[in-house]
Ligand binder design. Structure first.
Ligand code: PLP
Length: 428
């Protein structure tokens, strides 16, 4: 099913999907079923022993979600994918087989705000920790890794845009340290960036954003490259040693390149229960059919709008990596040659009050806490998502009081510019 020789546009439609074997239904049905009848007791035993792959219970596996997993695997160029209930769930699921009490993840300072919160506070409840480091300072990245580090974590195109991570350099550091590189590919999607080709071991995606693409679903995925040798050290006992949570199975030995994926289903989904629902998987399968078309248009519009804003007298600066003025433009050629995505921020010359007026005056852009929708979206972080932070923290997060984030949709760019123009006038 995951025919990697096919082109991206073919895979985004056909990957993981065959006509339904029992009905011939051409579109992948929503298998709204909790359980699946075993052929006999022996069949059931083989399924539970992972000797045969099949469906047991929808907290673990479901045919609609399976089709989605196979499609994402093919799009990312990996060995296996596990879907789960949100992008944040995917991050926990990605770390879960690797970490343990006292272990840490080294993470980029340039991450989605919610991820910073999850990593700096919530994961401590599991006895895990994160240290944050500027990923442009490669020596600092190396120095932040210690004997308890179990992963390096960054975003390909970092939310809220304007920053592209040097993925080959990150992968090299991770490889030297004997740990996996985890890349959050949400802002780029596999169409703009394929982290596994740059040496990433795990790719996490929030399906909520561009993957579904129209603001209907909350979901996440983790794709494993299948290339990391979990048996090479004693750092990853859940994968390299008999796993007590699965009657002593050594996943790395028994399942080879599928070890991480099977562990994530058999133990991660079984015991953490962050399962995607079949309806959401169906919407995501529909969305993926047009991923490349949408991403092309998101990029085209973002380039036009960013250039226009850069020339506007009320605008101080625009952080879009696709602009010649961006210090990260040169990284586009290796990391995301088809474009820098549809997300960026801009700073207004006037401050907080002007931004609030601007956001209130917009008509076509919706003021929401989301991104990656067909519709153009806007948020003024300092008065919303980042309002609890101090001015210093806001500035460090790229959410200074005069900064507005845009998620450029796939409407006509002339209409987007007209809306921005009238709102900038109203704000000044
Ligand atoms: C939205 C987002 C997430 C979290 O995804 P949810 O589906 O909202 O849980 C993680 N990383 C990035 C880059 C995001 O944009």
């Amino acid at each position: 099913m995951a025919d990697t020789k096919q082109g991206f546009d073919t895979i985004q439609i056909h990957g993981g999907a065959v006509p339904d074997p029992s009905t011939g239904a051409r579109q992948t049905p929503i298998y709204q079923s909790t359980s699946y009848v075993f052929k006999d007791a022996d069949h059931a035993a083989r399924l539970f022993n992972l000797e045969e792959v099949g469906f047991i219970y929808s907290r673990l596996t479901n045919p609609t979600i399976n089709a989605l997993q196979d499609r994402i695997t093919a799009l990312e160029g990996g060995a296996g994918t596990v879907c789960c209930s949100s992008g944040h769930a995917a991050q926990i699921m990605a770390l879960f087989p690797l970490m343990g009490p006292g272990k840490n993840v080294v993470a980029s300072t340039r991450l989605y705000g919610g991820t910073v919160t999850q990593f700096s506070n919530t994961i401590k409840r599991f006895g895990w920790s994160a240290s944050f480091v500027d990923t442009d300072d490669l020596d600092a990245v190396r120095a932040a890794i210690n004997e308890d580090t179990r992963a390096l974590f960054c975003e390909s195109i970092a939310n809220p845009g304007g920053y592209i991570t040097d993925l080959p350099a990150m992968a090299k550091i991770a490889e030297e340290a004997g740990i996996p590189l985890i890349v959050d590919n949400t802002s780029a999607t596999a169409y703009l960036c394929r982290p596994i080709e740059h040496g990433a071991t795990l790719v996490v995606n929030s399906l909520t954003k561009y993957m579904t693409g129209n603001g209907t679903v909350t979901g996440g995925s983790i794709t494993d490259s299948g290339k990391f040798d979990w048996m090479a050290s004693d750092k990853f006992p859940s994968l390299s040693q008999p796993e007590p949570a699965y009657h002593g199975l050594t996943f790395g030995e028994a399942l080879g390149p599928m070890a991480f994926t099977f562990h994530s289903i058999a133990i991660g989904l079984r015991d953490l229960g962050m399962t995607l629902n079949p309806q959401a998987a169906h919407y995501t399968l529909l969305g993926l059919e047009t991923l490349s078309l949408r991403m092309k248009k998101h990029v085209e519009n973002a380039e036009i709008v960013a250039k226009w804003l850069e020339g506007h007298p009320a605008v101080e600066a625009v952080t879009y990596a696709g602009l010649d003025s961006s210090p990260y433009k040169s990284r586009m050629a290796t990391v995301c040659p088809k474009g820098a995505g549809g997300l960026f921020t801009f700073a207004m010359k006037d401050g907080y009050d002007a931004c609030v007026k601007f956001v209130n005056a917009l008509k076509l852009f919706s003021h929401v806490a989301n991104l990656g929708d067909t519709r153009s979206l806007v948020i003024h972080s300092a008065s919303t998502t980042h309002r609890q932070l101090t001015p210093e923290q806001q500035a460090a997060a790229g959410a200074a009081p005069n900064v507005v984030r845009l998620s450029i949709g796939i409407e006509d760019s002339d209409d987007l510019i007209a809306d921005l123009d009238q709102a900038l006038k109203a704000a000044s």
